[in-house]
Design a protein around this ligand. Structure first.
Ligand SMILES: Cc1cc2nc3c(=O)[nH]c(=O)nc-3n(C[C@H](O)[C@H](O)[C@H](O)COP(=O)(O)OP(=O)(O)OC[C@H]3O[C@@H](n4cnc5c(N)ncnc54)[C@H](O)[C@@H]3O)c2cc1C
Ligand code: SF4
Ligand code: SF4
Length: 597
């Protein structure tokens, strides 16, 4: 099939692009200035393909200043979007460890002691301390708390109502079609019949942090010198119906540090009608080979500072997704002959301010404006022309300026949490002039074997026995290990504290179309057999990867929620020195069915 512009993915970045372009197409209808090249005489043919079964299935916590989004909708009260609320209160909270179970550095144990004393004086049981101020770089005052799903749906409705653009959910793009170093369109995933080839003058890639098309382009065209994508996190969240007696006001924004592990950050955002989004981020620099998000999220919810606000609540939906945390250091080639990159896969997420949605949106708007300029001038979509229009707009904007401030803000975490926080504070307060720079190691180089990580806490022989038992029983190790480290069992209440499997059912049922190929592939199974870490099993957000006695894990498409965390949590490089791990994360249909995440 021939089109003029073909788009991969519908997230906030593509929302910004299509909003900008479709308005111009609507204005231009009847005139010939933006006529189709693929079908002369017709308006421009713009097709957008989204992997998930609906455009509303994005996962994100979302508090945003919404500067760029507001600029795109002058006069519109964005707080009217379902589940949106104006930010009313912001807090940063240090959570102590009331259980003594987390693996804390000495300075944090001292901090916990100080928190305990202070709480005793105040007669508080919270094991926490609120920072007296929110650092300016974290501020979202004047912004909104959103549901990404509801926001995406609202944007898609605006775009579709112009009648100028087609958006096809449930249609994964398998790959870009590359001919003589030029992107000539895309090939859709084979879903029972051969995947169609859609040829276009411009392919817009906004497939998010782990999108297969973006990664294909990185492999084909390479990254700019010195750039790499080595920093990741998985964000896991729950949308919760708060108990009727909850005092949390809509627009409340809490960020937490310190618990359940020093490396794990938490958030709580409140929507209207007593609904909240709560979640944690587990980063790739958390060296535990049993890094898991689900159980840690439950312990975070049960923290004495948080739980009184969630007690009596009910799980509405649940989800998880990877964040690309390399920011400016992970920026790929933004444009080439026949293609352009926008959104998180183009390295625009700001790792200092913890903001990605507004940045993604703006990069889409900038490409939209650039494309309109080129179409009007009848200039082709070459690398040079995209540089002159799209990339130049981006370089002149706040996305670029702020991403430069943030570029090395989090390097310090490579050498410990304290250094990480200091580095962030320095970068944030000096506008990026002062940083604690350091080498960013590949995630697979950070994952020690179990024995090394639990040295001094669990004897090596016991670890081996536990691993063998879990492999035979097809279970993940983290539950058993966490209990040994002092984490208590989760007191399931059938409402909010439910098993991981129940969350999969309650939180947005997973479904995979029959007959398709697996999208998670263990490229060299022999590496799995000798892999000491098996982090892929432990991190898996959907319990879709299971250990076996042979050492080769199995993958169940029906359970995969497409979080992408296995891709960067695999402990083995594909080849010596390679950035790639032993897991391929390809295009696939299915995943979570929830428009609230
Ligand atoms: C738990 C969590 C909390 C977060 N909290 C915040 C926050 O508070 N504030 C903030 O600003 N940001 C936050 N973020 C980050 C934010 O969600 C992202 O920066 C933002 O969604 C990036 O937008 P995007 O359009 O570039 O990519 P995405 O939103 O990832 O959209 C990409 C789309 O492409 C689709 N796709 C992928 N591959 C294919 C394919 N092969 N074919 C077709 N479609 C494909 C995907 O299904 C997806 O819909 C959070 C993220 C998470 C996970
Ligand atoms: S996929 Fe990676 S982490 Fe998992 S067993 Fe294989 S080599 Fe190890
Ligand atoms: S198999 Fe699916 S659910 Fe599990 S980590 Fe990989 S992408 Fe996430």
């Amino acid at each position: 099939m021939d089109a003029d512009i073909v788009c991969v993915g519908f997230g906030p970045a593509m929302g910004g692009f299509l909003t900008t372009l479709s308005r111009e197409l609507q204005r231009a209808s009847g005139s010939t200035s933006l006529e189709s090249m693929a079908a002369p005489g017709l308006p421009l043919q713009v097709m957008c393909y989204e992997r998930a079964d609906d455009v509303a299935f994005g996962v994100s916590g979302v508090v945003t200043r919404a500067r760029a989004i507001s600029d795109s909708f002058p006069g519109v009260d964005l707080a009217q979007i379902p589940m949106a609320a104006r930010v009313s209160e912001e807090r940063v909270i240090y959570l102590g460890d009331p259980l003594g179970a987390s693996r804390r550095p000495r300075w944090m144990r001292l901090a916990d002691g100080a928190v305990r004393k202070l709480n005793r004086v105040r007669g508080s049981q919270a094991h926490a301390i609120e920072l007296p101020w929110t650092p300016s770089f974290l501020h979202k005052q004047g912004g909104l708390t959103f549901s990404l799903g509801q926001f995406n749906q609202w944007v898609a409705n605006q775009v579709l109502s112009t009648g100028t653009v087609q958006i096809w959910p449930g249609t994964p793009v398998a790959s870009a079609v590359i001919e003589q170093n030029r992107v000539a369109g895309v090939r859709l995933l084979d879903q029972g019949g051969p995947g169609m080839e859609v040829r276009a003058q411009l392919t817009v890639v906004g497939d998010g942090p782990v999108g297969p098309v973006g990664r294909q382009l990185d492999e084909q065209f390479g990254m700019p010198d010195g750039h790499h994508q080595r920093e990741w996190a998985v964000g896991m969240k729950m949308v919760v119906d708060l108990a009727p007696e909850s005092q949390l006001r809509p627009g409340t924004v809490w960020h937490t540090i310190g618990f359940p592990e020093p490396e794990i950050f938490g958030f709580l955002y409140v929507h209207p009608d007593r609904v909240a989004s709560v979640g944690i981020f587990v980063p790739s620099w958390f060296d535990s080979p049993v890094r898991t998000a689900y159980r840690y999220l439950q312990h975070w919810m049960l923290h004495p500072y948080i739980w009184p606000h969630l007690k009596g609540g009910r799980l509405r939906s649940w989800g998880a997704k990877t964040l690309g945390e390399s920011g400016r250091q992970g920026e790929p080639c933004l444009g080439g002959d026949g293609y352009a990159r926008i959104g998180e896969s183009s390295g625009c997420t700001n790792v200092l301010t913890g903001s990605g949605v507004d940045e993604a949106w703006l990069t889409g708007v900038q490409l939209g404006e650039g494309v309109i300029e080129l179409l009007r001038a009848k200039r082709p979509f070459t690398r040079r022309n995209l540089e002159d229009t799209y990339v130049q707009r981006r370089r002149r904007s706040w996305v670029e300026a702020e991403s430069m401030v943030a570029a090395h803000a989090r390097d310090g975490f490579q050498k410990g949490v304290l250094r990480g926080f200091l580095g962030m504070a320095l970068a944030g307060m000096s506008g990026g002039k002062l940083t604690l720079r350091g080498e960013i190691r590949r995630p697979q180089d950070r994952l020690n074997g179990l024995e090394e990580f639990f040295k001094g806490r669990i004897p090596a022989a016991e670890l081996r026995t536990m691993r063998e038992r879990c492999s035979v029983e097809g279970k993940s190790l983290h539950g058993a290990l966490m209990e040994m480290c002092g984490w208590p069992a989760i007191p399931y209440d059938g409402q909010l504290l439910v098993s991981h499997q129940d969350a999969l059912l309650m939180g947005g049922k997973v479904q995979a179309a029959p007959g398709g190929e697996d999208h998670v592939v263990f490229l060299r199974p022999e590496l799995c057999e000798v892999c000491g870490a098996r982090t892929c099993v432990e991190i898996c957000s959907g319990q879709a990867i299971t250990a076996t006695a042979s050492g080769r894990p199995t993958f169940d498409r029906e359970k995969c929620i497409h979080c992408g965390a296995c891709l960067w949590s695999c402990a083995q490089s594909l080849e010596e020195g390679s950035e790639r791990t032993n897991i391929a994360f390809r295009a696939g249909a299915g995943g979570l069915h929830s428009a609230e995440n």
